[in-house]
Design a protein around this ligand. Structure first.
Ligand code: S3P
Length: 169
């Protein structure tokens, strides 16, 4: 079993919103690896960062992503930093991966002051800009399709991605 589509992109790209709309349109379940991690840990991601540290979070993320890529047959959204792991990038090379690209101004609007996102706790705009520059090559490396999200509605993006999936299957 494998996901119908895996969504990647920086925080604020709209992975959860678009993924939920896409899954509804395709009639398949939606899962977000952040949510699975929170369920397993029994606490929200900011608490995992504070209590256990980012390395522990990344180890959990690596395991949860690998498991979901093997067992989840719906639309799967990955946390923005999941692609930092080389092993995860290798696993993704066997999947349909959609990179939701977003400009800084749109991403910043969507994340606001970064509530629930520990990496953005200090200075969301500067941090996001840095993370986007650092990670864009990695998103492009794993992506089978890139979809530009700026100024677009989730339903419109879901339509476009559903079209890409239909053409390839
Ligand atoms: C992170 C993104 C978050 C979450 C964690 C770390 C990152 O997921 O996994 O806060 O490193 O970019 P979203 O991209 O779903 O917000």
């Amino acid at each position: 079993m494998a996901p119908v589509a895996v969504l990647v992109g920086v925080m604020g790209a709209g992975k959860t919103t678009v993924g939920t709309a896409l899954a509804a349109q395709l009639g398949v379940p939606f899962a977000d690896t952040d949510t699975v991690i929170e369920e397993r840990a029994g606490k929200p991601i900011p608490e995992i960062f504070v209590d256990d540290g980012e390395d522990t979070f990344r180890a959990m993320e690596r395991a949860v992503v690998a498991e979901c890529l093997e067992t989840f047959a719906g639309v799967l959204a990955l946390g923005g930093g999941a692609i930092l792991d080389e092993g995860t990038r290798k696993l993704l090379s066997h999947h349909r991966v959609i990179f939701l690209s977003v400009e800084l101004s749109d991403a910043v609007k969507r994340v606001g002051l970064g509530a629930g996102r520990p990496l953005l706790a200090m200075n969301p705009r500067a941090t996001l800009r840095h993370l986007m520059e650092q990670r864009k090559p990695l998103y492009l490396e794993v992506a089978t399709h890139t979809v530009t999200t700026d100024g677009r509605e989730p339903a419109d993006l879901a339509d476009e991605i559903a079209g890409l999936i239909a053409r390839r299957s």
